[in-house]
Design a protein around this ligand. Structure first.
Ligand code: SF4
Length: 62
């Protein structure tokens, strides 16, 4: 599945990092990077991240 983050919405709260630390990474300058294509084994964690994002910035595809 593909992971999209709308960086116009993201406010670097970091909740996604707690939910899926091997997919999302928040840096010292508040920039967020993430794995754009994840396997089925990460689906639950990434769906959890999308749910807890207070800005609803994470969109999953596939
Ligand atoms: S939880 Fe949402 S707002 Fe916070 S860093 Fe992740 S994508 Fe950005």
């Amino acid at each position: 599945m593909k992971v999209h983050v709308d960086m116009n919405l993201c406010q670097a709260h970091g909740e996604c990092v707690f939910a899926a630390p091997d997919v999302f990474e928040l840096h010292d300058d508040d920039s967020l990077t993430w794995v754009e294509e994840v396997g089925e084994d990460r689906r639950a964690a990434v769906e959890q991240a999308a749910q807890v994002c207070p800005m609803m910035a994470i969109r999953l595809e596939g």
